[in-house]
Design a protein around this ligand. Sequence first.
Ligand code: SF4
Ligand code: SF4
Length: 288
Amino acid sequence: MIISVASGKGGTGKTLVATSLALSLKDSHKVTLLDCDVEEPNAHVFLKPAITSSEPVLIPVPKIDEEKCTRCGKCAEVCAYNAIAVLGEHVLTFPQLCHGCGACSYLCPEKAISEEPRETGVVEMGQADGLEFIHGKLTVGEAMAPPIIRRVKQQDNNEGTVIIDIPPGTSCPVVEAVKGSDFCLLVTEPTPFGLNDLILAVETMRELDIPCGVVLNRAGVGDAKVEEYCLKENIPVLLTIPLDTEIARLYSKGIPLVEGMPQWKDSFGQLFESIEEIVDERNRSLKR
Ligand code: SF4
Ligand code: SF4
């Protein structure tokens, strides 16, 4: 079972949900938490894992052999990311834009392009209080999150329950992180911004054909429009977390909700049971 925890925008509490869900299950399940929010990973702040190994993430970028190059321009023509340009007598490469797809070197008629590895981040593995823990960290100034996310997911051996902390938003890193999930929890808050970003996130999950449900965080601010939208769209609201100064205090100190307020453990256990029921029912209906 792979459960993603996502949100249409940052700061809605998805890491609070992901870490508390993982900690609530660890005594009864084998649980791995993957923090794929590689631009700003912060699950480690709450789980305080002991990191036991790490690996650099390298992507192959082009290196031009000026002697062989005829400045034909084919490489610039095929690069979909504008990471290579031919200007007069010069071939310029922009490594930070390069996705490492290899098209330029493959299609260069003079075989004037070789590839050299460039480090864009790191993946770290370890254990945290009975959980397996893996996260990726994109090097500051780098733009290419998907290769790091792919590497984080490759490190997981897909055993037991996997909980993935997804980057905020609805762009490429989100799609890379969430694909392959059995279920996606969308964490939002009852405000116009929360609703707007939730709608975008729901559309993304529907495009990817991943069933989803909502965790309503900071309930008590704003209005009822998120709940009305969920009702209309037949999206279950699976957990409601109130706006509460004690919850905010725990969060600001990096203390997981279920550790600081253990009474929440049952709620997260029920959340997992609800997800299991939805996923089982969906699997049954797909088999029919
Ligand atoms: S495709 Fe090859 S030969 Fe043509 S400009 Fe690029 S590097 Fe030079
Ligand atoms: S490897 Fe791909 S992305 Fe990078 S410069 Fe070549 S064509 Fe562009």
